[in-house]
Design a protein around this ligand. Structure first.
Ligand code: TLP
Length: 348
C-alpha cells in the first residue's frame, strides 16, 4: 500500500526531471564564488524578489537566523508573533547565535497589527533593551498557511521603518501566497529589508532556501553563513533543482491549494471535527471529542496515512495536514474516507 504522507510539504522527493537537471548541473567551488549554477539561482531569486542580491543557504532556519544576526546586535529585542516559526520552532537560535531576545506579540490567527508593533518598540531609555528588528511570516504556518494581508503588512513595515527598524520576512511559503492571491512575489515582499524563502517545501526541492536583500546585507550574510558552517562547495547540484523548481513548480502550487480545499471540505462533513478553512496548502483541524491528535495520528499511520499533531502541547487535539506535489486528488479522498471510518461515522 502506498503511504499518503501529509505531515509536511518538506517530504517531497525530486521528480525524474528535477534529478535530470541536477545531474547535468555545471558546478564549481561556491565558497570561492565559482559555482555557476548557484550564481544563476541567486540572480534569478533576487530578480523574482526585486532585491539587489540573494544567498543560497542550506535551510530556512539558517536563512532566518543569518538575517537576524545581520540586522541586530547582541542585547537587542526582535519583535515576533507568538505562534511564528522563528519564535517557536527554531530552538531559541536568536538567543544562541545573535544574543537577542524575542518581544512576542499575540496576533489574530498569526497576524499582528501595526499599532501593536508601534506599542512594542522600546523608547530610548537606558534600562530598556533597544528594539532591533521586526519579523513577519507569510504564509503563516501555525495559523494554517494563512496569507498575511498585504495592506496590514505594509502598515507594519511603515511603522517599523518610521522608527528606523528593519523588517525580515520569513517567506518559507511565499510562493504559495503569490499563487493564491495572484500577486507577483515581488509585490508581496515589497518594502521588507530581507526575505527568506524555501525551495524544499511546496516547490519540491530536496534541500535549500534563499535569503534575499540589499547588496551590503547579502555580503554580510555570506560571511555569517560561513561562520555558521553553511558555506557549501559544489552546491550547483542543489541549485539546479532550485532553478528547475522556480521554472516548473510554481504554478502547480494551485493544485496543492485545490487539494487542501477538497480535504478541508471533506473533513468538515465529519461530525466532531472542526476544520480551519485553508487559504493555501495547509489544513488544520481539531478533534472536538474522542482521541487526541497523537492517538489519531498513530491510528492513521497504521492505515498508511501520515499526519502531524500540531498543537505543540497546548492544543492536544489539533492536527495538521499539508498538501504537496506527492499528493493526488485520490489520496485526499482516501484520507477523508479513512478519517470518517476511524472516527466512527457512517459513510454519507
Ligand atoms: N517548517 C517545517 C517544520 O519546521 C515545522 C514544516 O514542516 O512546516 N519558516 C517556516 C514558516 C517554516 O514552516 C519552516 C519549516 C522554516 C521556516 C524552517 O525551514 P527549514 O526546515 O528548512 O529549516
Amino acid at each position: 500500500m502506498d503511504v499518503i504522507d501529509l505531515r509536511s510539504d518538506t517530504v517531497t522527493v525530486p521528480t525524474a526531471e528535477m534529478r535530470q537537471a541536477m545531474a547535468q548541473a555545471a558546478v564549481g567551488d561556491d565558497v570561492f564564488g565559482e559555482d555557476p549554477t548557484t550564481r544563476r539561482l541567486e540572480e534569478v531569486a533576487a530578480e523574482l524578489m526585486g532585491t539587489e542580491g540573494s544567498l543560497f543557504v542550506p535551510s530556512g532556519t539558517m536563512g532566518n537566523q543569518i538575517a537576524i544576526a545581520c540586522h541586530t546586535r547582541p542585547g537587542q529585542e526582535v519583535i515576533v508573533e507568538a505562534t511564528s516559526h522563528i519564535y517557536n520552532v527554531e530552538m531559541a537560535t536568536m538567543a544562541r547565535f545573535s544574543g537577542v531576545q524575542p518581544r512576542v506579540l499575540v496576533g489574530e490567527r498569526g497576524v499582528f497589527a501595526a499599532d501593536q508593533v508601534a506599542a512594542a518598540i522600546h523608547p530610548d531609555l537606558y534600562y530598556l533593551a533597544p528594539t532591533g528588528l521586526v519579523c513577519l511570516e507569510n504564509t503563516h504556518n501555525a495559523a494554517g498557511g494563512r496569507i498575511w494581508p498585504i495592506e496590514g503588512a505594509r502598515e507594519v513595515i511603515a511603522v517599523a521603518h518610521a522608527r528606523g527598524l528593519p523588517v525580515h520576512l520569513d517567506g518559507a511559503r511565499i510562493f504559495n501566497a503569490a499563487v493564491a492571491t495572484g500577486l507577483p512575489v515581488r509585490e508581496l515582499v515589497r518594502g521588507v529589508d530581507s526575505v527568506m524563502f524555501c525551495l524544499s517545501k511546496g516547490l519540491g526541492c530536496p534541500v535549500g532556501s534563499l535569503l534575499c536583500g540589499s547588496g551590503p546585507f547579502i555580503a554580510e550574510a555570506r560571511r555569517v553563513r560561513k561562520a555558521m558552517g553553511g558555506g557549501m562547495r559544489q552546491v550547483g547540484i542543489l541549485a539546479a533543482a532550485g532553478l528547475y523548481a522556480l521554472e516548473h513548480h510554481v504554478d502547480r502550487l494551485a493544485d496543492d491549494h485545490a487539494h487542501a480545499r477538497l480535504l478541508a471540505d471533506g473533513l468538515s462533513t465529519i461530525p466532531g471535527l472542526s476544520v480551519w478553512p485553508p487559504e493555501t496548502n495547509i489544513v488544520v483541524f481539531e478533534i472536538q471529542t474522542g482521541p487526541t491528535a497523537q492517538e489519531l495520528c498513530l491510528r492513521l499511520r497504521e492505515r498508511g496515512v501520515l499526519a502531524a499533531p500540531a498543537g505543540a502541547g497546548t492544543h492536544p487535539r489539533r492536527i495538521r495536514m499539508v498538501t504537496h506535489l506527492g499528493i493526488t486528488r485520490d489520496d485526499v479522498l482516501r484520507t477523508v474516507d479513512l478519517l470518517r471510518r476511524e472516527l466512527g461515522t457512517p459513510r454519507m
